[in-house]
Each structure stands twice: as C-alpha cells, then as structure tokens.
Design a protein around this ligand. Structure first.
Ligand code: FAD
Length: 497
C-alpha cells in the first residue's frame, strides 16, 4: 500500500528476482516483489491457466490487439489474428529494428520459455563474464542454480523410441552425417511427466504443443521452484499487475519507489509510493535497462554512470527451417520441449537447437534456433521527445549471425540435397532475423555496476538479472542468469545487510 516501508523491494519476478527474493528471505529479510504481469494462478473458461500454441487467445499476448507469432506464416498463409488487448503472457516488444520476446507475469521468462537449461562450456566462460571467477561459478553457483531449478536430461533410451522426438532424431542424423556433434540439452521440464504424457496416463502439456503461452503441466517454471520456496519462508509478498515507474533517493534514507497498479487492459488504476531500504532491479534486460536510462536522464538517479544502457545483445539468435525429403518425416506429434542441439561454436560460432514445429500435422520440416557468436552490441538511450527509451539495434547486424548459422545448415543441405524453407517468416524469407528470445545486457557487470551488481553511485541499489551479462552467453541464458544471481546475492547478504 501507499506509504508502506519495505526492507527489500524486488522489481520483477523472473530468474534474477526470484533468486534474490529466496536468498534474502532465507537470511531473514522481508521482501516485496513487484510484477507488472499477472499472477497466472487462475484457470480460464476452458479450465486451463494457459492457452495453447495452436490457438492463441486473449491470454497469449501482452497488450496487443493482434498476435505476433515468432513463425508468422506457414505454406503461404499468414498465421496472426486479432485478439482483445489484455495483459497476456508473451510480450513481443518492438524495440526499433528488433522484436524482443519476453515473459510477463509471476515467473517472468520461465512462464513462456522452452526450459532449456544449458551451462556454457567452461572454456567459453571467460568471454561471457570476464571479471567473474570461473572456478567459483563451476564449483558452486552453476551446481546450485541447476539443483534449485530442477534441471534434468531426457532418458536416452526413451528418446530413441519416443514418437514425439522423431524430429530430434532426424535432426541428429542430419547433423552427424555432416560431421557435427549432436548434444543432448538439459531442460527444466519434468521428463518423467513427459513419459507419462506419451503413455497417455496424464494430461498432455509438452505433447499438446504447449509452449510460448505457458505450460499447464510438466514444466518447472519459477512458480514451482524458486518462487515456491520463497513463498514457503513466509517472508516474501508479491504484487502482480503493479509496474515500477520510478526509484529515487528518499529524504530520510533509502529509496522512494513509485508504482502504477494496472488492470488487465493495461490502464493505470492507482499510483502508489513506498520506501525501500534496498531495491533490486530484476525487470529483465530490457525492463531494467529502460528504467535505468530513464531514471538517469530524468534526474531521479543522475549519478548512475555512463555505462547504463550499454552492452546490449541478442545472444546472436536467428531461426531457420529446412525442407526434408519425403523419406525423412519429422513426425506429426512433436514435444514442444527441445532436447538436443548441434554444436559448431568453436569452428563456426553457432550452437543450433533442434526445435520442434508442433503443428499436429506432418510437415517434413526441420526447424532450428541458432545462438551465434555475434560481436554486435546496441545501446539504450533516453528519448525526451517520445518519453521512451530507444534501442539502436540494426537488423543488418543479424547477417553475421546468419553467416555463422549457415556454417551448419549450408553443409547439411548440401549433404542431404535439401533446401531452406522460405515460407515461415513471410514470402521467400529464409531467416528469422527480426527477433530475439534472449535479450542480455544494458547494465553490464563490473561496468554499470561493481563486480557483484551494486549500481555505481547509489548504495542499496542492485541489478540482478540478465542486464548484467554483456550480450551473449554462447548457449541459452537462464542458467547463467540464475547462477550469477546466486553468486551476487550471496556476497550482498554477507556484506551489505
Ligand atoms: P525475466 O525473466 O524477463 O523477468 C523480468 C520480469 O520483470 C518480467 O516478469 C517482467 O514482466 C517484469 N517487469 C519488467 N519491467 C517491470 C517493471 N517496470 N515493474 C514491474 N515488473 C517489471 N532461456 C533459456 O535459457 N532457455 C530457453 O529454453 C529459453 N527459451 C525462451 C523462449 C522464449 C519464447 C523466450 C521469450 C525466452 C526464452 N529464454 C530461454 C530466455 C529466458 O527466458 C530469459 O533469458 C530469462 O527469463 C531472463 O531472466 P531475467 O531474470 O533477466 O528476466
């Protein structure tokens, strides 16, 4: 409520925010989490909390009147359709020349993502977070993050026989025939549950094509892991449909935080002002970066340093599909949870997930999301004319990523005598180069903050989410975001409380 005072306020309930809340609560601190999205704890009229990928509805998109599906077309037909404006779960946020997909709601990105929980290869870690002690990360914090997130890997024997992974076995065959290693990718999906889905003994989730708009069963989102543990301490409160709009030093010490309460159409219904001794920015790379460049430029936090807004990258994301021959069907039943990837990072700068296309029909298509070693970094700046933060990313920069992904797929196509699909992203467009699922950076560790996420210029203000990571993790990012948050909050609890 307005006028309240809280010891620790956390902006956002994704990975970084959930780690901060749990560990602070375990250390005896009362925590209040502010989340602009919905709670996602109440079933809709179909009895389910989350909508299916095959039929997006009012629950699916954040304040849009038309869906913005990552794969926009299929066999010449546009897939998007009108939906009522609603505080739905997936934000397709248009930031200049890139669409940044993000989760909205209690659990952040864990609500919408594929759950792929990948620890980078240790030899790549120095390029990811050069100021961080890798021995500590691989000895303590990655294991802690993986254990608390509930990471597991598909049973290799079951994988060989499961109809729903025909697409992945075809992906493996094509990778290996071209000399690329295929590696199993761990995931937070409950693999025992998936085997039961295949056996027909439980309601289907991954095998019903659920992904992007939430998973009703099976996926261990943060609501089931970190946030459940945080709630059990009795010391963590969460306010959904509340958006932080300002943080500034308070007269009597600590910080004044201004929060808009919104309804499910996105309209502000109340504005509240509270004070907090400590504020943790965990609004995600885009959310935290936008807020910090605004607060610095508009005079709320003028002493933030010149690194604020810098070092933003797309993790080199680029998508593509290949059209297989009739003798290589990928299966009409596809698990929505990927379980393997093609590793050509060292030689070609690309790690490609073999991704599903869960359409319910045989498509003879192989689909991939590549993570590439892009050198490009963009910057957020405050635009006083529009009153918004701009991002100077350029679509043309994706060419570097396309070239890296082609080190894998040009070779596979040549070997298999196959071609790229040209129908998935609009007419005659091969590459999904207009988007990212993996925004990273904007308040980079050891630059905008000290080596533990303490913002320069203001004692008691911290960044603890994906904005700390300078644009690339070489693999899917959330395990690294979680492990880094575990490392930083341990230090902050030991020295700042
Ligand atoms: P987020 O998880 O983005 O959490 C930030 C939260 O803050 C959000 O809930 C947001 O609503 C809230 N917020 C923002 N601004 C405000 C504000 N002003 N006030 C209050 N609340 C605010 N990563 C992987 O590792 N593996 C995958 O398989 C994978 N698949 C993905 C698939 C999709 C479709 C998407 C979109 C992402 C995927 N990712 C994946 C990326 C991963 O989900 C993100 O890297 C991760 O969620 C980022 O964590 P975070 O803590 O930085 O912030």
């Amino acid at each position: 409520d307005s006028g309240a005072h809280v010891p620790a306020l956390v902006v956002g309930t994704g990975y970084g925010g959930s780690v901060a809340a749990l560990r602070l609560a375990q250390a005896g601190v009362d925590v209040h989490m502010i989340e602009m999205g919905m709670a996602w704890d109440t079933p809709g009229s179909d009895g389910k909390i989350f909508a299916n990928t095959t039929s997006p509805d009012v629950r699916s998109y954040w304040l849009r009147t038309r869906t913005k599906q990552p794969i926009s077309n299929f066999l010449g037909y546009p897939l998007d359709k009108d939906v009522p404006r609603h505080t739905g779960i997936l934000d397709a946020e248009e930031m200049g020349q890139i669409i940044v997909y993000q989760g909205r709601g209690v659990g952040g990105g864990s609500l919408v993502n594929g759950g792929m929980a990948v620890t980078p290869r240790r030899e790549n870690f120095g390029a990811i977070l050069p100021s961080v002690d890798a021995a500590e990360m691989y000895g303590t914090y990655y294991p802690r993050a993986n254990a608390t997130l509930g990471v597991g890997t598909v049973d290799p024997a079951w994988f060989e026989s499961a109809d729903c992974y025909q697409f992945a076995r075809v992906g493996r065959k094509h990778a290996e025939r071209s000399g690329f290693p295929f590696v199993f990718v761990p995931d937070v999906y409950d693999w025992d549950y998936m085997e039961k889905e295949a056996a027909g003994t439980v309601p289907r989730s991954a095998l019903a094509g659920e992904i992007l708009y939430g998973n009703n069963y099976g996926k261990k989102s943060l609501q089931k892991t970190y946030l459940a543990q945080a709630g059990a301490t009795g010391k963590v409160a969460i306010s959904p449909l509340h958006k932080v709009t300002s943080v500034a030093p308070a007269a009597g010490g600590g910080y004044t935080v201004v929060i808009d309460q919104i309804d499910t159409t996105g309209t502000t219904t109340a504005t509240k002002t509270v004070t907090a001794d400590k504020v943790f920015f965990a609004a995600g790379s885009v959310g935290t970066s936008k807020l910090l460049v605004q607060l610095k430029a508009t005079g709320a936090l003028p002493a933030l340093n010149a690194e604020i807004g810098k070092g933003w990258g797309d993790n080199g994301n680029v998508m593509c599909g290949r059209a297989n021959h009739m003798w290589d069907p990928t299966g009409k039943l596809q698990a929505s949870i990927p379980c393997g990837g093609i590793d050509n990072w060292t030689a070609g700068g690309a790690f490609a997930e073999v991704a599903p296309l869960p359409t319910g029909i045989e498509t003879y298509a192989s689909f991939y999301l590549s993570i590439t070693n892009t050198p490009h970094r963009a910057e957020f700046t405050w635009n006083p004319q529009t009153g918004r933060a701009d991002l100077n990313w350029q679509t043309a920069w994706k060419q570097t990523s396309v070239d890296m992904a082609r080190t894998i797929f040009d070779k596979i196509n040549a070997k298999e005598g196959t071609i790229y699909r040209t129908d998935l992203f609009g007419a005659y467009k091969i590459w999904g180069d207009h988007l990212t699922y993996h925004p990273l950076g904007g308040a980079v560790l050891d630059k905008a903050t000290d080596n533990y996420g303490r913002l320069h210029g203001y004692a008691g203000l911290y960044v603890i989410d994906g904005s700390l990571i300078p644009g690339n993790t070489s693999v899917n990012p959330f395990v690294t975001i979680t492990a880094l948050a575990e490392r930083n909050i341990e230090k902050i609890i030991a020295t700042d409380l």
